[in-house]
Design a protein around this ligand. Structure first.
Ligand code: ADP
Ligand code: MG
Ligand code: MG
Length: 874
């Protein structure tokens, strides 16, 4: 028979798939001898079993649960329904992956009309006993019977209003007794049955409800968002209760072993005295910062700090800990690796290496490459900030900066999003129902709740800007209105700016700037190269882009496109003359003016890259991109060339192509008009020689696009090498140079060995190779690629993530063939996918030399390259 139930002392942290994250860590903490209330966990296998038995608990399972309740009763010396010492438990869900707030927990189970009085008597605290009971009725009602929580809360709010009381803690025992009566009525009205009095019945119903909650819509959304498979199931943990609401020496709280927003290495958390369970995170009362506990209960605070240290060292990662204090005794109720901002991720990884807690390799593997993207996100411009005043301030719950229009619910946000608006979601507090609205928002603002409120935790996880607990805003969700500064108002659709780093909120739009220096990020990025085999270069054509790429640590430039240099106005005219020329003499004339311009370009580029490798691609696009279209443009060119407009029109007709993607372009141009590439190569070499004289040692890398056969490359290259030899001879220089090719035509992959004979290097142009392999045009595929993704015909956009099975096979084939021919051939990749972590892992496997991607992706690519090589070695 399968074992479905494990006592805490039978489990450990490795058993997450069976016991869920929460259960496995409770087991681990018990094993370490830490103060954890006794309990047991029903496995995810049992959850499976439940779903395969028409959502019924099997007899075997019930027997095993009963047996473990007996064990718990013995251990606690308490009994279900006992008149002296009644056992109360919590029923907690726990999936393999932590899914905060997604599944439901029931506390104080075991209370009924009888045991509540026993509890009141033995504790001498009827107020506490009835508070527990009303919580049970509400949680049980909500989770098991699906009674809307609002029904209970509305009554409590009304009672507090009539009694003119703000805090729950001000209600008396009699008040709570009244609340219990009323809650039982609400329960009865909604379910047409009495609140169950038998603890075992409560328990079974609760366990079933937790299992069922695995498939509730909120959990579904969360799983989709985080790509968690839906067949994992959840475990259920049954744990004897400890009471944070037993008076003012009791309390409950949540703490992180390091600051989850900044990564600062000191314990950070929040707590409430005389409170239970979700009070801290629900945002109903505003919690106190953890260091307050040092004043209120100094011994407990000291003990907690020590336990936090033990846990962090044991797990070797920042922990998110839930704790409860019952009458000056501290209990740990949960620990897990804490969610953190991008900034904190890097800070903690770097600090832990420096503290000797983890190795550099571990630190590198722990940082998800997208984290780096988040760090490069913009913040508000400091001058713009200094010239304006916030209209309100809340807690800086999740960093980032955003401007958008305010909406008060998911529905309105969704339609605004469809209209293409940027959204700021405004809520009193968020709950899991708001997930969709949060996902599509640029920022989230709440008027209640602290740094560990639902809004704050979820926003940090998503990397979305969030300001929580902004009490200066009176948010009226129904009326879709905010009142602030006594008589000022904001309405749905109004534009505001939100600063998640400071908690400030501004009217209207604020200018953005890129993120400031981050010393930890610098240290972290500096570690990467030593662990990487793949080099990372950038695709960059302008001085600004090249500078950005170098600042981000690109080791060189993998693709400089020369066509971009021809689009400036006076150059375009020369370019047009060159293309439209109907004799070689005319063409050479136009080319000679272009030569000077190109030399200027290259000299500047070479000065900036200062000898770092830089691959320059000769002219690639189809000529028609440069041609004049309007009558006015035609007139100008005609005049300049001393031809009639009609001559120009005739020439244009000659040059028209039906499918220029496959047309007269790239090396094909060089076959027809060798003088174009000759001009470019002359410019490159002359500029290089000038740079050499200035003391820059360099090896120009000249790349010929669109090669499909060795004969093409041989033909085009021959023209160029003769010229280069002559130039070097004239300058009396021994400069080395390389002539290589883009591999972007499937035929080139298939004949890579022959082409390798002619080439000094290969660079896979994955954009065109993908277009030609699929027969999709990159520009048109936007129209139907989305449908392919939706219908599951493709798992990812092949222009973003390499299609490993198809395009990847071609690349692998080509690499093998080419390296058999020429084992030292340098091979890189210069397409969009060169910055994609999954694709990078594949390129690492193939043993390529480098990837080249857009400048802003360089840091991500560098991290992905280091991770790929560390993973391959282990
Ligand atoms: P979640 O997965 O939503 O965090 P938990 O199972 O951790 O749900 O329960 C939420 C809170 O309920 C805990 O943080 C803790 O404060 C309280 N809680 C759970 N079990 C117990 C218990 N045995 N005794 C006291 N409080 C408990
Ligand atoms: Mg919890
Ligand atoms: Mg191309």
């Amino acid at each position: 028979m399968t074992k479905f139930v494990y006592l805490f002392e039978e489990g450990n942290q490795e058993m997450k798939s069976l016991l869920g994250g929460k259960g496995a860590n409770l087991a681990e903490m018990s094993r370490l001898g830490l103060p954890v209330p006794a309990g047991f966990t029903i496995t995810t296998k049992a959850c499976h079993d439940f779903f395969t038995h028409q959502r019924q608990l099997s007899n075997d399972l019930c027997t095993e649960i009963d047996l473990h309740i007996d064990k718990l009763e013995t251990k606690m010396q308490k009994k279900f329904n006992d008149s002296k010492n009644p056992l109360l438990v919590s029923v907690r869900s726990g999936a393999v992956h932590s899914m905060p707030g997604m599944m439901d927990t029931i506390l104080n189970l075991g209370l009924n009309d009888h045991t509540v009085d026993v509890l009141a008597t033995i504790t001498g605290n009827p107020r506490f006993a009835y508070d527990c009971y009303r919580r049970l009725i509400q949680m049980f009602g909500e989770v098991v019977m699906e009674i809307p929580g609002k029904q209970f809360e509305a009554y409590l709010d009304k009672l507090k209003q009539t009694k003119q009381i703000k805090q729950d803690t001000d209600l008396t025992a009699d008040d709570w007794r009244l609340v219990v009566k009323e809650y039982q009525k609400i329960y009865h009205a909604a379910t047409k049955s009495e609140f169950p009095q038998d603890p075992k019945e409560q328990l079974y119903l609760a366990i079933q409800a937790v299992f069922n909650s695995w498939f509730n819509p909120r959990a579904d959304i969360y799983r989709k968002l985080h790509q968690i498979p839906s067949d994992l199931g959840t475990a259920v943990t049954i744990q004897s209760m400890v009471f944070g609401n037993a008076g003012n020496t009791s309390g409950t709280g949540v703490a992180f072993t390091r600051n989850p927003a900044t990564g600062e290495a000191s314990v950070f958390g929040e707590f409430l005295l005389n409170a239970q369970g979700e009070d801290v995170v629900a945002g109903i009362r505003t919690p106190l910062p953890l260091n307050e506990l040092a004043t209120q209960l100094p011994d407990i605070y000291a003990e907690f700090i020590q336990l936090a240290h033990i846990l962090e060292h044991h797990y070797r990662d920042m922990q998110d800990i839930e704790f409860t204090i019952e009458q000056e005794k501290l209990y740990l109720l949960q620990t897990r690796s804490g969610k953190r901002t991008a900034a904190a991720t890097i800070q903690i990884a770097v600090d832990m290496v420096q503290e000797g807690l983890i190795t550099k390799q571990e630190a590198i593997l722990r940082v998800e490459p997208s984290t780096i993207t988040k760090l490069l996100h913009p913040v508000f411009d400091s001058t713009a900030l200094s010239q304006t005043q916030p209209i309100a301030k809340g807690l800086p719950a999740s960093p980032g900066a955003a401007t958008g229009k305010i909406y008060f619910d998911t529905e309105a946000a969704r339609s605004a999003k469809e209209r293409g608006e940027k959204i700021i979601l405004m809520r009193q507090e968020t709950s899991p129902e708001d997930i969709e609205g949060m996902v599509i928002s640029e920022a989230i603002v709440t008027s209640r709740g602290g740094m560990t409120s639902h809004a704050a935790v979820v926003a940090r996880g998503m990397g979305t800007c969030c300001v929580a607990g902004c009490g200066q805003f009176l948010i009226q969700e129904q009326a879709k209105r905010i009142t602030y500064a006594t008589d000022k108002q904001l309405f749905e659709g109004d534009l505001i700016s939100v600063d998640g780093a400071t908690g400030a909120i501004y009217l209207g739009e604020l200018k953005m700037e890129s993120s400031a220096e981050n010393p930890a990020l610098k240290t972290f990025m500096n570690w990467l190269t030593a662990f990487s085999q793949l080099g990372v270069r950038a695709n960059a054509d302008t001085l600004k882009d090249i500078q950005t790429a170098l600042d981000f640590g690109a080791e060189g430039i993998g693709l400089t496109r020369t066509e971009h240099m021809f689009f400036a106005e006076e150059r375009l005219l020369k370019m047009r003359q060159m293309i439209l020329a109907n004799s070689t003499t005319q063409r050479k004339l136009a080319l000679s003016s272009l030569l000077d311009m190109q030399m200027q370009d290259f000299t500047e580029l070479f000065t900036l890259t200062a000898g770092k490798p830089m691959t320059i691609r000769l002219l690639d696009p189809p000529l028609h991109e440069f041609l004049p279209h309007t009558a006015a443009e035609i007139a100008i060119v005609a005049k300049e060339m001393q031809l009639s407009e009609n001559d120009i029109r005739n020439r244009l007709a000659d040059l028209t192509e039906t499918n220029p993607m496959l047309g007269h372009r790239g090396c094909r141009l060089a076959v027809s008009y060798p003088e174009i590439y000759q001009m470019q190569v002359e410019a490159i070499m002359k500029s290089a020689l000038i740079s050499e004289q200035k003391g820059i040692t360099m090896t120009p890398e000249i790349m010929i696009p669109l090669i499909g056969s060795a004969t093409e490359l041989h033909f085009v290259k021959k023209n160029l090498t003769d010229l280069i030899q002559q130039l070097l001879l004239e300058a009396n220089s021994h400069m080395t140079y390389k002539i290589g090719t883009m591999i972007e035509i499937p035929r080139a992959c298939l004949t890579a060995d022959e082409i390798a004979n002619e080439a000094d290097f290969f660079s896979f142009g994955t954009n065109d190779l993908t277009q030609l392999t699929f027969g999709f045009s990159r520009d048109d595929s936007g129209k139907f690629l989305g449908t392919y993704l939706e219908k599951g015909l493709l798992t990812a956009d092949p222009f973003q993530t390499l299609d490993i099975a198809g395009v990847g096979s071609l690349i692998e084939f080509a690499v093998n063939k080419a390296r058999q021919q020429k084992s030292t051939l340098k091979i890189g990749v210069c397409g969009e996918v060169g910055g994609d972590p999954l694709s990078i892992a594949f390129f690492q496997k193939l043993g390529l030399d480098y990837v080249s991607c857009s400048p802003y992706r360089v840091p991500i690519a560098r991290l992905a390259a280091a991770q790929a090589s560390i993973q391959q070695q282990s």
